[in-house]
Every structure is written in C-alpha cells, then in structure tokens.
Design a protein around this ligand. Structure first.
Ligand code: ADP
Length: 344
C-alpha cells in the first residue's frame, strides 16, 4: 500500500542525513480530510519528508478569516491531525503544530505589515474572490491573510514552499515583502522562500463536475468505513452520455475512471479503459471495483487512524511538542527581525 507501516510515535530520531533545506506548508483546519486533500496535498506532504526538513502547520488563525462558526476549530484541528499522522507524517522528524500555539507569528505579522503596501493586498485576485464570496464579512484579517502567510513562512526560516498555480501569487508576494524588509532595514535576516512548483491534481467530487470539497458536499472522506465508502462511490456521476448499460462509455470524461487511475492497479486501469469503451463493464461494477480498491488502499491508514484515535491526548501532545520545536526557531527569527527593524 501507499501508506507506511505502523510505527511507534513519540520516539526521538535524530536525523543525521543532510536534507535539501526546510519546507513549510500550512492548511486550514477543515476536519476530516477527503480524497482531494489526500491526492492534492497530504500525499505530497508525506513524500517531501524524504528530502526536506518539513514544517507543517494547521493554520487556525487563517481559518478565522472565513469561518462563521468558530466552535468547530478545535475538533477540526484534532481530526485533521489524526488524518495527517495516519497518512504518514512522522512527528519525530517533521514539525507538526498549530499556528496559534506559537504566538510570535502574530508579532511578525504586525512587523511585516508595516512593509506591505495596502494596495498590493487589495489587488490580489484571492482577496477579490473572498470579497465576492463573503461580502457581509470583509474583515481586516482577510486583507492581511497573505502577510500572515508570509509571517508563517519566514518565521520558520523556510527555504522552500510547495505551491500550485493558485498559490504562486501569494508566494511571489511573500518574496517581495522579504525583499522590501531587507532593503528598508539594510539587514538580510529573513530567508527569501523559493517556490517549489508542484503539479497538484485537481480532484473532482462525486458530482463529477466541481472540485471535491466539504462546502460542495461532494467529498469522500478518508476515514469512512468500507461500507460508507462503497455507498459514496455508488453515488458518483459517471459519463452522462452513457444512459444504459449497453451504451459504450468514455472513461476520459468519467471521474470514477480518474479515481481508478490513482487507486487501482495498472491491470485494472487497462481493463476498465477497454471494457468501458466497449460496454463490457457497466458503471455499477466499475464503481464496485473502485470501492474495493479504495478500501484496500486505505486499510492501513484506517487501522492506524483508529489506533491513534483511541488516545486523543496523544495527538495534542504531538502538536504541542511540534509547537515547542517551532518556538525555538521562531524565538531566534523574532529576535533577529526586531534588531534589524531597530526596535529597542
Ligand atoms: P486550504 O484553504 O487550507 O487550502 P482546503 O481544505 O481547501 O484548505 O485544502 C487543503 C489542501 O488540500 C490544499 O493544498 C488544497 O489544494 C488541497 N485540496 C483540497 N481540495 C482538493 C481537491 N478537490 N483536489 C485537489 N486538491 C485539493
């Protein structure tokens, strides 16, 4: 399977291998993760651990800019951390923590905001999108979102940030803020983060049309039971041209086939590609096979998740331990930044 075998948590492994640098990435606490999160982010997070020192942050402060209901942040944080750990993030080498547990990020955010032209922030397409999406809640934090993101990245001295196309403008923005800070203070104390351009697949939801996402209610969670998974897969929309069992289908336009490509063997993929086009296999059987392969693929993840879920306190200990390690880096950066900025 793609998921690593069970291993003990909490042991401290000194990584002696020299890695290529430090990666930072953050994600808002959205609770139980779905196949889109897995293929589009988590899988990459796990893989990056081989080559980089990784710092992965659950950005609860960022989440506050868009949430109406704040009561779910804590539970969502724990659920997401469970999924990350079960999927193979290794807290003994990777720093895994909650953004608000290291308060220096808000301090750096304030300092960097003084080096950020307001017009740049309000011109960003992502800000304009948010204004359209939540016209009733255009809060101050929403405008400063990219500055907080810059603070996240630079506080932990990240060399590299993995970004897809939609995040490129934010990273370019972060690099500009760093350059402005260096230019105005005359001190090169921050690390200007490099973009690691990554092809992130866009996973469509069960409707076969829109991006898989919680808000679209078209998502399949990793932590479902095998039966629930089969039930969700059964609801998936297939090639709309294929109305009857005898109609030949076009796998290229079918999201069930797309998921087969991520979770099934090459033999199964070849077979479905052929048999769908000739109506040799119907959508019902094709979905049954997908559900079976998904369940098989996710079984080690689910076992590990169930084991971790037995001890909720342990997950918080992992996150607090991550925050302690993150704080050590943060304390250094903040001292250097304040000195550079001439603060007494
Ligand atoms: P965030 O606002 O932190 O990006 P999301 O839950 O929307 O929160 O996404 C978390 C991560 O999962 C992001 O890297 C995002 O690109 C990825 N992701 C979410 N949905 C999908 C999807 N349907 N296809 C591919 N990647 C996705």
């Amino acid at each position: 399977g793609a998921f690593p075998q069970k291993r003990g948590l909490g042991l401290v492994v000194q990584t002696q291998m020299s890695k290529k640098g430090r990666v930072f990435s953050g994600a808002r606490p959205t609770g139980r993760q779905h196949l889109g999160n897995y293929l589009g982010a988590i899988k990459n997070y796990v893989a990056l651990q081989a080559d980089y020192d990784c710092v992965y942050c659950i950005v609860d402060l960022h989440a506050m800019t868009t949430l109406e209901d704040l009561s779910q942040i804590k539970a969502n944080t724990a659920e997401m951390a469970l999924d990350w750990l079960a999927a193979g993030l290794r807290p003994e080498e990777t720093i895994l923590f909650v953004q608000s547990h290291v308060p220096q990020v808000t301090e750096l955010h304030t300092i960097l905001s003084m080096f950020t032209p307001l017009g740049k922030l309000t011109d960003l397409p992502t800000f304009k999108d948010k204004v359209r999406l939540q016209p009733h809640n255009i809060n101050y934090g929403l405008v400063g979102y990219p500055v907080l993101m810059t603070a996240d990245i630079t506080l932990y001295k990240a060399d590299v940030v993995p970004v897809g196309v939609d995040q490129q403008s934010h990273l370019e923005f972060a690099r500009e803020v760093v350059r402005t800070f260096h230019h105005r203070t005359g001190r090169q104390v921050l690390v200007e983060p490099q973009m690691k351009n990554t092809e992130f697949p866009k996973v469509l939801g069960t409707d076969g049309k829109r991006k898989m996402g919680k808000s679209e209610n078209n998502h399949i969670e990793l932590a479902l039971t095998p039966e629930e998974t089969e039930q969700m897969v059964r609801t998936m929309v297939t090639d709309p041209q294929r109305a009857r069992r005898d109609d030949p289908g076009d796998p290229e336009v079918c999201n069930v086939f797309t998921l087969h490509k991520s979770f099934s063997s090459s033999e199964d993929i070849t077979m479905i590609d052929r048999e769908c086009r000739t109506a040799g296999i119907g959508c019902v059987d094709c979905k049954k096979l997908l559900a079976r392969n998904l369940n098989e693929h996710l079984q080690p993840f689910r076992e590990r998740r169930a084991e971790l879920a037995k001890d909720p306190q342990h997950v918080w200990e992992v996150l607090h331990d991550g925050a302690r390690r993150a704080s050590a880096i943060a304390a250094e950066t903040i001292a250097e930044v304040k000195a550079a900025a001439g603060l007494p």
